[in-house]
Design a protein around this ligand. Sequence first.
Ligand SMILES: *Cc1c(COP(=O)(O)O)cnc(C)c1O
Length: 400
Amino acid sequence: MTDGGLRFLMTTYNRLPVAFTHGRGAWLVAEDGTEYLDALAGIAVNGLGHAHPRLIKALAEQAGRLIHVSNIYRIREQEALAERLCALSGMEAVFFANSGSEANEAALKLVRLYGHQRGQPQAQTLVMERAWHGRTLATLAATGSEKARRGFEPLPTGFIRVPYNDIEAIERVAAHDPRVLAVWLEVLQGEGGIRVADREYVRALRRLCDERGWLLMIDEVQSGVGRTGKWFGYQWSEVQPDVITLAKGLGSGVPIGAILARGPAARVFTPGSHGSTFGGGPFACRAALETLAIIEEEGLLANAARQGERIRAGLARALASVPGVVAIRGEGLMIGVELDRPCGELVTMALQARLLINVTQDNVVRLLPPLVIDDNEADEIVARLAPCIARFADAARCAA
Ligand SMILES: *Cc1c(COP(=O)(O)O)cnc(C)c1O
């Protein structure tokens, strides 16, 4: 690869030595013409795959008409999207931002304002071990990764960390800390290693929040918009949260984030209390509206559920006799394969097998393929990934 302008970029990423020129569906084509099967979808962003014809058409039409105005005017695309999101989620009011971190930052501001309005100026939010909420200062403080937080102190306060999937840990805090006003979690932890909250745990959280007057807030930035086979991950538990946040898959790559709220939480912000220059612009909202319409009309929720099962079952078969595979888990097309040791080099091995994947928490292979994959592509993901894992396990055993 030529050096290009890489040295002019701040080194926040260790980039793989590949650049893509175009894509179609679940496939990406590199500069040298090599085709890669995309099992990561821009980290859960490209749910419709690449270059979806209907999305392209809508975006071209919108770009030729109106990209940006300002939130000091009414924006029809924004109103239509808010109405649609509320219908799908059971929520009542939406604020649009431009990323997951920004949507989450709004959720944290909402808790604090909610506290002040209720005479609790020291509102605390319960957050989870291994949680990932973003890289702004407040969302970083809420994030569980010490590695991500290190060096960025002083961080905002107002968080109490508890173990995931442990209702008693939360009850213990509830018993002695009257400042708590919210519980915040991902119902499927993404960066945290594809960990799925027990449905009974999520229901118990809802009951506890009802008893205590706390807000149940769910970060659906990764698990939302069809990724798990339902519109939103919390819908597997059949509870209704008070606040959810969305981003990644919502705009199919056009940056957009959203916070959705209901009940008292929907009425916390008032004119002037929060805002965004770009948030909810006509172009981004059109991208999201079209994304939701395509997911619905192409039956992509059912497809995500079905292909997710197919991939998990395929991996379970192919890896049955491979030592060091600890667990294969997930929901829909949010899939993790946990190994018994750090396995970052699998990303490069998969790249050589023309498969795009990711490793999180050092030892969990993460798959987030586009929602549009078909049976053959699902099988192909397994056929390319399983031999890499088997070779990795072999090498690890030989080295031991
Ligand atoms: C990616 C992610 C974020 C951060 O989103 P950005 O758009 O990168 O700011 C927050 N929460 C969860 C669960 C995520 O997966």
